[in-house]
Design a protein around this ligand. Structure first.
Ligand code: KIV
Length: 280
């Protein structure tokens, strides 16, 4: 199989198929995603929480994103990889956005970048697209603005807010993004936005089944989160966290009772060598 491209992804959507995307932040997981045939990987700045233990995405740096994006792209040959631009690396100006996107592409070796915001970052998206870098927009509940939203809340529920969301989607499309993430948007509104956009496909997370594709955070999808809170839009497709906990528990028990390592896990030496050693 050849690597997915902006053209093959748009073709898939145009033919009525849904696009699949999942987050990944490291080589091992990206290898598994690649082998599963998922279309796109997002190296999301959600790695601030899932990999680095921050409370939110605000502290994530461009260095962090380059480091993790490069680990993922070392593992991928067919999967289309999108690197996330973190907070404070694009909002300032189109020049800042282009410089950050260029670094993530050159050093992270990804195929596209993602950034949050609609009308307020239209000029930034245009500058990046004009430099030949594919862009994925991200509107609705944009985690980098969670402080301004007063928390992680569903967006676009009033007439005014829904109009703003539609305007944001049209701005992202006008600026040349080839896809846009709709996060925590009422399903009917997300379906309407998906219908309105013509050159930009939608990828939903908490935005219903009528988007052109879906994205989930890897740890949510695999059932690896800790702390007990599970957002409504998440489905655990496995309980990998429990499998891992059980494996660590069994390993510790086997070490403690001496059943690991077993004879077959060790290396042999000629008896004559040991005889000589013991004689010394
Ligand atoms: O950073 C991330 O993982 C994201 C997804 C939630 C879309 O932006």
């Amino acid at each position: 199989m050849a690597r997915n491209t902006v053209l093959s992804l748009a073709k898939k959507v145009g033919e009525g198929h849904r696009v699949t995307m999942v987050t990944s932040y490291d080589y091992t997981m990206a290898t598994l995603v690649e082998e599963s045939g998922i279309d796109m990987i997002l190296v999301g700045d959600s790695l601030g929480m899932t990999m680095l233990g921050y409370e939110d995405t605000i502290p994530v740096t461009l260095d962090d994103m380059v480091h993790h994006t490069r680990a993922v792209t070392r593992a991928t040959h067919d999967t289309f990889v999108v690197g996330d631009l973190p907070f404070g690396t694009y909002q300032g100006s189109p020049e800042q956005a282009l410089s950050s996107a260029t670094r993530l592409m050159k050093e992270g070796c990804c195929q596209a970048v993602k950034l949050e915001g609609g009308t307020r970052v239209e000029a930034q998206i245009r500058a990046i697209v004009n430099a030949g870098i594919p862009v994925v927009g991200h509107i609705g509940m944009t985690p980098q603005s969670s402080n301004a939203f007063g928390g992680f809340k569903v967006q676009g529920k009033t007439v005014e807010a829904a109009r703003r969301l539609v305007d944001d989607a049209l701005a992202v499309e006008r600026a040349g993004a080839f896809a846009v993430v709709l996060e925590c948007v009422p399903s009917e509104l997300a379906a309407y936005v998906t219908e309105r956009l013509t050159s930009c496909f939608t990828i939903g997370i908490g935005a219903g089944a009528d988007c052109d594709g879906q994205v989930l955070v890897c740890q949510d999808l695999l059932g690896m989160t800790t702390g007990g809170f599970k957002p409504r839009f998440v489905r655990n497709f496995a309980q990998v966290g429990q499998v891992i906990r059980d494996a660590y528990h069994d390993y510790a028990a086997a070490v403690e009772d001496g059943s690991f390592p077993a004879a077959e896990n060790g290396f042999k030496i000629d008896a004559s060598v040991m005889d000589e050693i013991r004689e010394v």
